[in-house]
Design a protein around this ligand. Structure first.
Ligand code: FMN
Length: 178
């Protein structure tokens, strides 16, 4: 049987009183019902990452990088703040580099009318620089109606699993060129 795909689920909001913890729990529970995935819930609120880039990596920063390196695919759970994604999420993404390479990234976004669409657009651009492949379909939630839909989770995880396994094989066949 195929080795389970290691998926890190990054909870991108660290705001006190955040909705992100609940959205992350909902997504992780839905993804956890799927066979063939090994989930690592990486909540930035608990990661103890430095607020500014340190001259030498802190132990928490090293642990964060190791978890990014171990994962074979990622799902970023992000809110929308002023038409983008939160600053602490950008700082966390910037703390790793090679660790992201040649792996797929999916998004669970939330907000009001736009459901986090602008945050995802900006994240796609950032993840392009990190040599990742971003998934076409997004789980996009409107906090006003709170109808969280498992069907979109299935579509996202189908894409993420295909790319995750394909890129696992590709990385094993030859080192990534970057
Ligand atoms: C600073 C700030 C800016 C926001 N800007 C937007 C926005 O541009 N679009 C949107 O749909 N919601 C916006 N919101 C509403 C958030 O989507 C909503 O508060 C959500 O709960 C934030 O996620 P969090 O609770 O996990 O931090 C904003 C919220 C905050 C705190």
């Amino acid at each position: 049987m195929e080795e389970a795909l290691r998926v890190a689920v990054l909870i991108g909001s660290t705001r006190e009183g955040r909705a992100g913890a609940g959205v992350g729990r909902w997504f992780t529970a839905a993804a956890g019902r799927r066979v063939g995935l090994h989930l690592d819930s990486l909540d930035l609120a608990d990661a103890d990452l430095p607020a500014a880039y340190p001259a030498a990596p802190t132990p928490a920063l090293t642990r964060f990088r190791e978890r990014i390196a171990r994962a074979e695919a990622y799902v970023v759970v992000t809110p929308e703040y002023n038409r983008s994604f939160p600053g602490p999420l950008k700082q966390a993404i910037d703390f790793a580099y090679d660790e992201w390479h040649a792996k797929p990234v999916g998004f669970v976004s939330y907000g009001y009318r736009a459901r986090g669409r602008h945050a995802v657009a900006h994240l796609r651009d950032v993840f392009l620089e990190l040599h990742t492949v971003t998934m076409r379909d997004v789980v996009a939630l409107d906090l006003a109606d709170r109808s969280f839909d498992d069907d979109h989770v299935t579509v996202l995880l189908d894409e993420l699993t295909w790319w995750g396994l394909a890129l696992r094989d590709a990385r094993r066949a030859r080192p990534y060129c970057a």
